[in-house]
Design a protein around this ligand. Sequence first.
Ligand code: SIN
Length: 527
Amino acid sequence: MSTRIIVIGSGIAALSLAAHASDDCEIIILTKTTTDDSNSMLAQGGIATSYLPDDSIEQHLHDTLEAGAGHNDQVASEAIIREGKAIVLELLKRGCPFDKTPSMQPRLGKEGAHSQNRIFHAGGDQTGRILVQYLLKQLPKNVQLIQSAQVLELVKSADNKRCIGAIYKQSDGQLITLKADAVVLSTGGCGQLYPVTTNNKTLTGDGLMMAYRAGAALVDLEFTQFHPTLLINQQHVFGLVSEAVRGQGATLEDEHGRAVMAGIHPMADLAPRDVVARVLQREAQSGHQIYLNIRPVQHFRDHFPTISKLCDTAQIDLDTGKIPVSPGMHFLMGGIKVDENSQSSLPGLYAIGEVACTGLHGANRLASNSLLEGLVTGKRVAMALSHAQITQMPSVQSSPSLTIEVPTLSLPTLQNWLNEALAIERSSEGLTALRDKLAHVDCQITHYRNACSKQIEIANAWALAKLITQSALLRDESRGSHYRKDSPKRCDSKWQGKQIVHQLGRVSIIENPRIINSCTTSNFAHC
Ligand code: SIN
């Protein structure tokens, strides 16, 4: 009998799993809407891996740890960077259409906090879409793709000890229960918890909350990354302006042409993302409009076709050499706690890509490490499950609750609340007020059959917002992307190596011995 694997989500990590699974596995990919809706499809920045003679895995690891603010799992980070390089080289060998120089060498870009040019791109700023389409074209025959399948809950064995399937809603409203030897969450992060985000509209934290309700541990939720440069014109968000633009020489300046990153960090405009986002936030608070000065970038339209199109839509004239930018929510560093095989704390349940927390990103992800992580974690699960002796799947299942608490709250209201208190700058006062507001929202217990897709999404978003708020309140220090105005220093004596874990309705602080601080620079003074 073949091993059946359910994969929930259809981004790079899911497709990497599908590409590497042995052909005697039966793979069923369930995706909420269509394969066009994922963060991978929107990824402009590429895949980071060392390639040039002067670069190395060690140097890439060093940059990852520096950006991560002393919170990375060093063993996990080294392994992912090493395995990722092998996968990228394999893709290159097989003809994956990465951008090339005239001498047919990979054309390698630079992004924030990278000490070397090591970013592989495809189609300039269309890397994610091109990679997704490349992998979709090669989907093996043993993979079945079911679109418009909104997964609601995970199914567990009668003794509650193992995940043995998932329940999803079809577009006709029918609820379907699917059993499997393993369930893999590849559902991405939660950008839609914020009003300004680079994320696809489907990213409401569903996978995180399904895993949590099933009993899996979530970790590091307070670390939410804000990308410094979203194209925003007249308060409308048009999308991301990749860091690769700064990698090619663009600089951040205010309406008078003042270079706002000068003298702030040794890497100036290419400082780690958390540093740049905070500077831009403060500039905006002081009434300044920030622009990317793109005059130093040669052949802008050729290298950045997606961004050029966004500018056209936003009626930004590229000939002025200036693009108005502002920060927005981009990536969740935390997620479902997984081991080196991407196995969560609930047997039978795996997590890959952004929804997982492998320890690679620490408190602030290094640019272009996420597609790399997706490729690696997808392949790892494929390998682990292809070679595992799957124990006979328990046939008797527990009866999952088919009801959900739907808040009487609109998504825009929730987004505005989080934007006020849980965004780039946080404080105990703001977070306490947010916690109380979130706790006092009325809700209605609704059967999944009667809940529409948007109600299920706001239910998950609201529940996740409460967990993130709790984590952000507990971590009374500033580290990486988590900045507390009331505790603006990094407090190693209290927090070094500590992680905040949510599981089965409880929150705890654990010490993780694999988080070693070898960070030589700090984005914050120490306490
Ligand atoms: C970007 O292109 O700036 C985003 C890349 C990333 O988030 O890794």
